[in-house]
Design a protein around this ligand. Structure first.
Ligand SMILES: [Zn+2]
Length: 318
């Protein structure tokens, strides 16, 4: 599909999940969905397509609830978004929870220590990158301590060797280590971002000792890596990528860790599930991903939805 013909509208609402399960989107960025939809709207108008309504966070939550997605863990992983995630949780008690960290690609930008990665994109320093990584992480720790009822996880942290070049690999690894230490100190679950860094992430977890509740967000490994996760009791959270054609390895991983170690997420506004890849993602899209998971597992949708709901509540203490 060419950029020009891209469909920028919202995907239709999925069929609601069976009543009474109460699924939770375990990793999302709802505040980022708003500017993302604004950009879709701008592009659509520019090309003479129908305007795209911009949904507020409240509207996103309402739409999610209507299809059986009753809660979300909103991830703030850039210094200016930490407080935003906490504020969302404060505004929606019992519905929105916060996870906080300095994203691996942000960690190297703090103090201007970035190195361009294989993705070929130029480095783009923002004003908040003048702040040292240590100071930025201190803000994560401060908010986590100040809002224990709202902040339910440290994340997303980890390593990303697609966007960050080898020259900064060790800086990124050290930032990951600091997050591991913080999660353990605060006794919080930790959500991992692992992009093209399976070996490095596992190595680091084993060297330092993983937090008791360790979750691979938008799991991108194969069945072999899932075997390692199973041995250590780590959790896998699946995004829309589980539904993409080439991702047989991700689908095979589902059955390796067991039904009590899988969760579901959107990672909105990105990674929309099939058949709506490329559209704006938001928590109401979760049932599509659960359907793909149920198909891969060859189990009833309700059973898979229930398993993810129970695991998410247990792991984050919701
Ligand atoms: Zn994310």
């Amino acid at each position: 599909m060419s950029r020009h013909h891209r469909d920028r509208s919202w995907a239709p609402d999925p069929e609601p999940l069976p009543e009474g399960i109460g699924v939770i989107d375990d990793h999302t960025h709802m505040a980022s969905v708003v500017p993302f939809a604004q950009e879709m709207d701008r592009q659509a108008r520019e090309r003479g397509q129908d305007p795209v309504p911009v949904r507020t966070v409240d509207q996103q939550l309402e739409r999610a609830r209507a299809v059986g997605v009753v809660g979300a863990i909103d991830v703030g992983c850039e210094l200016p978004h930490l407080q935003t995630a906490v504020d969302l949780a404060l505004a929606h008690p019992g519905v929105v929870h916060a996870a906080l960290a300095i994203h691996p690609n942000e960690a190297v930008l703090h103090g201007h220590r970035g190195v361009p990665g294989p993705d070929g994109l130029p480095l783009k320093y923002q004003p908040w990158h003048e702040v040292s990584f240590e100071q930025a992480l201190e803000e994560v720790a401060r908010l986590a301590r100040a809002y224990p009822d709202q902040v339910v996880a440290i994340g997303e942290t980890g390593m990303d060797l697609f966007r960050t070049g080898q020259g900064a690999e060790e800086i990124q690894r050290q930032a990951f280590r600091d997050h591991i230490a913080l999660a353990k100190e605060l006794d919080l679950p930790m959500q991992i971002h692992d992009r093209d860094a399976h070996r490095q992430v596992i190595e680091t977890l084993l060297e330092d000792g993983a937090p008791e509740r360790t979750i691979f967000h938008s799991y991108s490994g194969d069945a072999g890596m899932a075997q390692v996760a199973a041995e250590h009791g780590w959790y896998l959270s699946f995004s829309g990528t589980v539904s993409y054609k080439g991702n047989e390895g991700i689908r095979q991983a589902l059955s390796v860790v067991g039904m009590d170690h899988i969760m579901v997420e959107t990672d909105a506004p990105y990674l929309s599930p099939m058949p709506y890849r490329g559209r704006t993602n938001s928590p109401y899209m979760i049932p599509y991903t659960l359907r793909a998971m149920a198909d891969a597992l060859d189990r009833p949708l309700a059973q898979v939805a229930e398993a993810t709901a129970a695991t998410t509540r247990r792991v984050y203490g919701l």
